[in-house]
Structure formats: structure tokens, C-alpha cells
Design a protein around this ligand. Structure first.
Ligand code: HEM
Length: 148
């Protein structure tokens, strides 16, 4: 990603800090509208799940200038998501729900440049997660588990 795109993602994510829970709630509302078949994969109470999602996004946003670290993180996440029941066809709905929730949460700060930068982040994340899911036994050190 270009330094400008990284800056668009970081500055827009920083604007969400006061209401991360609200953004997470918007995201899951859109996801379950777009892909109702994914709802049973998640717990009934989505509060903790929303916190995990936003804390993972914070980790990703902080690491955007370390693509090798991100690649490994995404591949590991993709492998964990196989166990959650996530499938390749869910990723488009997750991406659309993410962009919609950011659009609503950011309002006038959702510029075409910010949208393009987040689309790029999501595209890279989804591609690497799907790649990781297809490769359950990576070479090298053992994969970590949990929301690291
Ligand atoms: C590509 C972006 C995605 C991100 C950033 C993301 C993030 C996370 C995080 C941080 C967790 C907590 C556990 C962990 O870290 O392993 C999690 C769990 C989970 N995710 Fe994702 N996820 C993504 C895509 C998906 C997709 C495409 C699905 C498919 C429906 C999905 C379904 C789930 C489910 C079912 C859980 C476990 C819920 C539970 O039982 O606690 N995720 N996700």
C-alpha cells in the first residue's frame, strides 16, 4: 500500500475510537442482512465478538507498513476461520458489510480516497486469509492461536 493509502486508513480508523462498539454493531447488522446464513456461526451475544473484531482491526491498521507481518497474521487468521465455519463465499459479504459500516460511521469523512484505501486493505486481507485457509500446514514455526 502507498504511504498515502496507509494514512487514509489510519486517520479514518482513529476517528472511530470514541464508538468502536457502535461501528462493530453496524458491521454485524449489515453482515447478517447480506448473509443471513452466516448468523448461526456466531454466538448469540455479539458484544465480545465486536470487541475482538475491532481490536484485530486496530492491530492490522497499526501494522499496515509491515506487509510481511500482516501476510503471516492474515494466513493464520484464515486457518482459524476454517474452524469457525467461514467459507470463501462469505468473504464478499464481510467486505461489503465492512465498507458500509465504515461509510455510515465516518459520514462526511468517508471520501473516495478513504474508501479506496479500505477496499485495498480488505482485498489483501481476504485474499491472504483465503490462501491461509487453503494451506492448513504452513512451513516454519507453529501457528499461533487466539486473537493475537
Ligand atoms: C476478513 C476479515 C475478517 C476479520 C478481520 C475477522 C476477525 C475475526 C476475529 C478477530 C475473530 C476472533 C477470533 C480469532 O481471532 O480467531 C473472529 C471470529 C470469527 N469470525 Fe471472523 N473475521 C473476518 C472474516 C470472517 C468471515 C468471512 C467469516 C464468515 C462468516 C467470519 C466468521 C467468524 C466466526 C464464526 C468467528 C467465531 C465466533 C465465535 O464463535 O466466537 N469471519 N473473526
Amino acid at each position: 500500500m502507498s504511504p498515502e493509502a496507509i494514512e487514509h486508513v489510519r486517520s479514518s480508523f482513529a476517528r472511530l475510537q470514541d464508538d468502536l462498539g457502535g461501528t462493530a454493531a453496524l458491521f454485524y447488522r449489515h453482515l447478517f442482512e447480506l448473509a443471513p446464513q452466516a448468523r448461526p456461526l456466531f454466538p448469540v451475544d455479539m458484544q465480545v465478538q465486536g470487541d475482538k473484531l475491532m481490536s484485530m482491526l486496530a492491530t492490522i491498521v497499526a501494522a499496515l507498513d509491515r506487509p510481511d507481518d500482516l501476510e503471516a497474521l492474515f494466513a493464520d487468521m484464515g486457518r482459524r476461520h476454517v474452524g469457525y465455519g467461514a467459507r470463501e463465499e462469505h468473504y464478499d459479504a464481510v467486505g461489503a458489510a465492512l465498507l458500509r459500516s465504515l461509510d455510515e460511521a465516518l459520514g462526511p469523512d468517508w471520501s473516495p480516497e478513504v474508501e479506496e484505501a479500505w477496499s485495498q486493505v480488505y482485498g489483501e486481507m481476504a485474499e491472504a486469509m483465503i490462501g491461509g485457509a487453503a494451506n492448513p500446514d504452513p512451513p516454519g514455526p507453529a501457528a499461533t492461536s487466539g486473537a493475537a
